[in-house]
Design a protein around this ligand. Sequence first.
Ligand SMILES: [Zn+2]
Length: 337
Amino acid sequence: MPPPFLGYNPRVMKFWNKPEVSLIKRKPTKSGMTVLVIPDSGESHRLRFRWTWLIVVAVLGLCIGIGAVGAPLLLAASLQTNVSLFAEKTKLQLDKADLERRLGLEQGKVLSLTNKTQAFGQRLMDLENRLGAVESRAGVSKVERASVKPGGGANNQSIKDPFEMLSALDNLLEQSDSRFSRTLAPLDSTMRREAAIPAGFPTAGRITSKFGSRIGPRTGRLEKHTGWDIATNMGAPVRVTAPGVVEVAGWTNIGYGLHIVINHGYGYKTLYGHLSKLNVNVGRRVSSNDLIGFVGSTGNSTGPHLHYEVRIGNTPINPGRYLFLERPKFDSLELPR
Ligand SMILES: [Zn+2]
């Protein structure tokens, strides 16, 4: 049946039944598909595709599509990760630099502490050595001193750790403290004993008679002179030659006239005779060089002079060597009792 708009026309019917038209409706093959390209002019082309290739192309296209969308996303994600890692790395590097700087500072401090501790140890060792000298001066026996291990381990040069060093120094300090305390009592005793020794001249003047046998100026007979005579002006000050307590202050008929006896302790006494005036009373505690009286000519005397005696116990000894002794530098007020 021809289409109604054409009417029955054998030419048209001929065209309609042309074999080319029937090609479009050819039976499809199972192995692929054919695309007919009919240009406006020229010959038509037939493109034949196998299903396998079409699937491959489709898959490839899909992959490319996914790649085209996914790659930038992946790239962006990777970039973000990289940026984040870089930031973290930079921060860590800064932290590391800061830590290294602080470590350097701390190491500097430790080194300084070590050096200071070593210097401190050296000074303490010096002090220990000087303490040894003080012990010797105080009369602490060598055996007692040898019982102490010198340095208390602080002189161990192998110790490098400042904390170990401080610990050793602490031991040394404790040991020094103990040694010092132990030395104080004998030192005090030694100093008191030394302070009790009469030293120096009780008055300035001219030596007119020394200790020993002599012809008595008044009696004309051989007698024992128990002290030194120092001639000077009437009323010249007389000063005590060591700290002590006034034992006698007054008059005697046995030749000394107005005289003073001072007890210095440790067996030492001094006597000052022929005085014109006294400046102290019995029982008075005096310091070295205190003014105790004035030169006179009382008692068995031919002119103004001081008769000066040094006694150990109650026995007069030659005061010669004591007159030329230097007085101790420490404050004699504290010594002796
Ligand atoms: Zn005399």
